[in-house]
Design a protein around this ligand. Structure first.
Ligand code: NAI
Length: 397
């Protein structure tokens, strides 16, 4: 008989207030944030500047239930409006296109708001360092949405590594390879073309868009940071200036060897995010497209399938598993776990208490900065025939 999981225990008192910038009607990531923030009843959707077209943003916000005076036309108007309210939002999500993240995140942190910023957090390493310094100076939470670290079994992998089930970690292999930009006829499609244009996308395309999720997950699960890397970057569709495929070798500060493949031309692969971790006494394998199963092989033992929601998982996995075992949980619930962590962090701050350590796992500005340093390191190495380069941000060297 399956054990029914009890619902999440809601804290008493008023709900936290949540706002979003970007994520308008028809956007890719907006719905996952609304589902994630809304799941536990911890956050009430209270304010938004959802679209780059002011009228469309106001209209959609009101259709989603925002009060007319909190369905803003743009983010500056929202900042001004929220700053002066007694019932101001507790957390704002920045889900706009990449080049706007830095300015919006910095402005909201400086005005005393907690922020969850979409990845990549910034476009340059210097901006990333500035966000880290700003978050530290203001004492506000600056989280970055590496939302796939919210999956229950990813949390369990991290817990297994931390408690030594695998022994010393020898090797981590991460992939984020899909085939959605594989059609050469799409090269001039405006929805695809900008991604490979340095003027709009920056120094990297596929690694900056997808590879950083896989690299961050390797750090999250092993508890180690990337020190140096060597990258082979290619544009398989030759008209592209930026890479659509990269193979990256890296070394981590705990001695672990890393291998990462990211691609957008891998026809037949859909989302393609996977992680394998090999230690001295066991190996783990997880794939995001089957997120409710984790494959575990102890050295000299038999291959086992760990199911999300089963008894005796780690506290970190248990608190992030919501639906009865055997029913699929997916990406919006992984995002919901980031919001669940943030609700606990915000409430702990308000109540002046330590937060639940099992919730203290949300990705931070420091992670966003490390990713940005890795993006620039991949671009530098890729241009120089794969020379090894320091992948650490200057402020962490
Ligand atoms: P999209 O192009 O589908 O939607 C962007 C939305 O932002 C639109 O509604 C647009 O009107 C709005 N917008 C643009 N500029 C704005 C401004 N200045 N003020 C207010 N609203 C504005 O983009 P998508 O795919 O949803 O990506 C948004 C961000 O989310 C990107 O940074 C992307 O990298 C990130 N993302 C993260 C994922 C994750 O797994 N964490 C997955 C997909 C995207």
């Amino acid at each position: 008989m399956t054990k029914l999981k009890s619902g999440t225990k809601l804290k008493s008192g008023t709900k936290l207030k949540w706002g979003m910038i970007g994520g308008g009607e028809g956007s890719q990531i907006g719905p996952a944030h609304r589902l994630g923030a809304g799941l536990d009843g911890e956050f009430e959707f209270a304010a938004g500047a959802l679209d780059h077209r002011p009228d469309a943003g106001r209209d959609y916000g009101q259709r989603l239930g925002l009060a007319a005076d909190r369905a803003y036309g743009d983010w500056r108007e929202m900042l001004e409006g929220e700053k002066s309210r007694e019932d101001r939002i507790d957390l704002v999500t920045v889900a706009t296109p990449n080049a706007t993240h830095y300015e919006i995140t910095k402005a909201f942190l400086e005005a005393g708001f907690h922020v969850l910023c979409e990845k990549p957090m910034t476009m340059t390493v210097a901006e990333g360092e500035d966000i880290v310094r700003t978050a530290r100076a203001t004492g506000k939470i600056c989280a970055v949405n590496y939302g796939y670290t919210g999956y229950s079994l990813v949390r369990h992998m991290k817990a297994m590594v931390a408690r030594g089930d695998l022994g010393k970690i020898r090797l981590v292999k991460a992939e984020f390879a899909h085939g959605h930009h594989a059609d050469a006829a799409d090269a001039d499609n405006p929805r695809v073309r900008w991604r490979y244009d340095p003027a709009q996308a920056g120094v990297s395309a596929q690694f900056a868009d997808c590879g950083i999720h896989a690299l961050h997950m390797a750090s999250f699960v092993t508890g180690q940071e990337v020190e140096k890397l060597s990258a082979d970057t290619v544009s398989c569709i030759s008209s592209r200036e930026l890479e659509d495929d990269a193979m990256v070798n890296f070394r981590m500060d705990g001695g672990t060897v890393g291998r990462l493949w990211t691609s957008s031309i891998a026809i037949g692969r859909q989302h393609g995010l996977t992680l394998q971790v090999f230690g001295e006494s066991g190996g783990l394998r997880w794939a995001q497209e089957q997120p409710n199963q984790l494959y575990w092989m102890p050295l000299g033992g038999r291959l086992q399938v760990i199911e999300r929601g089963e008894a005796n998982l780690s506290p970190e996995a248990d608190r992030t598993s919501r639906v009865t075992i055997g029913h699929a949980e997916g990406m919006p619930l992984a995002f919901a776990n980031i919001y669940k962590d943030l609700a606990e962090a915000i409430r702990a701050g308000k109540e002046g208490r330590a937060m639940d350590p099992a919730a203290n796992l949300y990705p931070r500005a420091e992670d966003g900065l490390r990713s940005m340093a890795a993006v620039f390191a991949v671009a530098e190495s890729g241009k120089a025939d794969g020379i090894w380069v320091d992948a650490r941000p200057p402020m962490f060297r």
